[in-house]
Design a protein. Sequence first.
Length: 467
Amino acid sequence: MLQRLSSTTGLPDTVRQPRFDRTKLKPGIVHIGIGAFHRAHQAVFTQHALEAEFGPWGIIAVNLRSPEPVEALAAQNGLYSVTTRSEAGDQSEVIGTTVDWICAANDGARVLSALADPAIRVVTTTVSEKAYGLDPATGGLDHAHQAVAADIERPDAPVGVLGFLIEGLARRRAAGLAPYTVLCCDNLPSNGKVVRRLVLEMAQLRDPALADWIADKGRFPCSMVDRIVPAATHTTRHRAEKLLGAQDALAIDTEPFLQWVIEDDFVSGRPAWEAAGAIFTDNVEPYEKMKLRLLNGTHTLLAHLGILENLDYIRDVMAKPDLAAKARMHMEEVVSTLDPVPGIDLAAYIDDLLARFSNPTIDHRNLQIALDTTQKLPQRLLSPAVDMLAIGETAAATAYAVGIWMASVKKRDDCDDPRRSEVLAAAASIDATDPSASFFAIPGLFPPELAGARAWRNRVNAAILSF
């Protein structure tokens, strides 16, 4: 029986370990949402930044609901491993940036105490698009969202990400402290601006003076994050065991590619993330649109093609030349909606994406990527379609991708989505005359520019009927 990974574990020389004294690391960041993506992205960037320029930037890791990753961090002294996989071989790195860990559902008071601590200067978030309670129809708060409703009712005992952010800021204001910088790392367009708007709207309902203080003093920089991180499996953990010589309940696999673009707008300092390769800029939007429309939009297409073709992984879809060709076709159409991206050759970026999708060592499940599709459609597929139609283009590739989503839901007769009941009802109502009509009737899902575009809708219908 192998021992559990901990600070006393003797590791092989082949495993990269933190190159700083963890006993001297003090907290400076609270991160909300300690899933696989954070562990393979922001925490890795922070570790490499600390190795280049040490400072008080340890991470207090907060999970809103599940205690499992918190318990695993506690059992492993805050350590876990990331296995970077490619055809060249596997490379393991132990990450040691986490200095404390809290499950908010079990100990919300301790989360609020951390947020109110003057040592905390940055709060990062990866909680998924649906967790923010964004109403896609209005762009404001969805008051029917469970966490939003609860946090409006009991702002002093929050359960959702917005509620914790606001109560933490309220406590800092009452104590005469500067606010922390809120750095959203989820795939929302203009994510910092969106989170700021939602925070201010909820704070206004609670206390207009608090909302004014946040608007004046607070900072919500936008960011773009990119790394493919499949959900961990038993195989992931077994692979890590062989590399570490120890058990790691939090082991994850990822690809070599790693990118973070951040708007440089912080209240009171930040880690030297640029030393780890992060790009700081005054305008994240060109990078963000590039990633959402080329990588994420194509991922959505490939995932649902895979479901229709009974394939498990993205790599399996890319192994079929006819399906891989659809991915390239999609990106080469959507690229026309992008502005120039500083330092990026878009044609080369497309080639690199296709290679990343094809990585035979990455087990990225199509069903994982297909989660919450209604939350992802607007920024990944619908916005570029609107842009293309506005300049007289057919937007055929986005129509095809949307139709493939509808057909895959029909085939599975299931989906994991916040609007599951509406989506399944629409799929059950598909008919040969106008198969997409029931989906276009879902309130607030499709913008009027698309709902009224008969030619584009006909292309959606053709994609559905092709399966």
